[in-house]
Design a protein around this ligand. Structure first.
Ligand SMILES: Nc1ncnc2c1ncn2[C@@H]1O[C@H](COP(=O)(O)OP(=O)(O)OP(=O)(O)O)[C@@H](O)[C@H]1O
Length: 235
């Protein structure tokens, strides 16, 4: 069964004033263990699609299923809890909490899930080790580079052991070496632990690493192709 299934999604913003058709009858399925890029020109609907897949917004028509559960009909209060347990998010602007250390940022989701404090600390430390930040656990976002902040964001996204990770333009603000390093880490997590990643991106470096490339044009799925992905450097 697909982890994520988007069925005939249409999204119209501002339907009563100046309607914008951001998605037009777009359907896709994501299986466990995929490393997939959603690409397409600016305004083609990539972010709108990720927002629908992550339950951050609702379609005008159509629906989204996650592991067989229709999330489109879910009440907002239930959706928050469902998101916490099932979906990890990585954003272009990292979205870390500035007054928290790296460890606290990673622990925060587990705190919301009322996990045991010791287990929470242990998991946060393991995740930060995995993203190469063993020596930056007590640093706050303002004391870290963009690449380091985005690696904290990846560790945070994994903290609740989600079914899949959605990453909206994760390398957009990173220089070349930080972007490659982030991709190496995510690709290795995909390869070794079978973590499922879905990206939206303009970045050819990210597209080259994907095994599947879904292209959107004007709110619709234009093509959906598998390719041989560029290998990652061991990290
Ligand atoms: N909240 C909103 N209100 C109105 N229109 C919106 C809103 N969000 C997006 N749109 C419009 O919907 C269309 C799709 O936008 P979306 O952000 O999904 O595209 P994108 O492919 O992610 O673009 P980019 O690559 O520039 O980030 C665009 O025409 C955009 O202007």
């Amino acid at each position: 069964m697909a982890i994520v299934k988007a069925v005939n999604l249409t999204k119209v913003y501002n339907p009563d004033t100046v309607p914008v058709h951001a998605l037009r009858d777009a359907s896709l399925e994501i299986e466990k263990g995929e490393f997939t890029s959603i690409v397409g020109p600016s305004g083609s609907g990539k972010t709108t699609m990720l927002n629908m897949l992550g339950g951050l917004d609702k379609p005008t028509s159509g629906h989204v299923e996650i592991n067989g559960t229709n999330i489109t009909k879910m009440k907002d209060s239930k959706m928050i809890d469902f998101r916490l347990k099932n979906i990890g998010f990585v954003f272009q602007h990292y979205n870390l909490i500035p007054v928290f250390t790296a460890r606290e940022n990673v622990s925060f989701i587990m705190l919301l899930q009322k996990q045991d404090k010791k287990a929470m600390q242990k998991r946060a430390d393991e995740l930060l080790d995995k993203v190469g930040l063993a020596d930056r656990k007590d640093a706050r976002p303002g004391q870290m580079s963009g690449g380091q902040q985005q690696r904290v964001a990846v560790a945070r996204a994994l903290a609740s052991e989600p079914k899949f990770i959605l990453a909206d333009e994760p390398t957009a603000n990173l220089d070349s070496s930080a972007a490659m390093n982030l991709l190496d880490i995510m690709q290795k997590m995909n390869d070794v632990q079978n973590v499922t990643f879905v990206f939206s991106t303009h970045d050819q470096r990210v597209i080259d690493r994907a095994r599947r490339v879904i292209t959107m044009v004007d709110g619709a799925i234009y093509s959906d192709e598998y390719q041989k992905a560029k290998e990652y450097d061991d990290v």
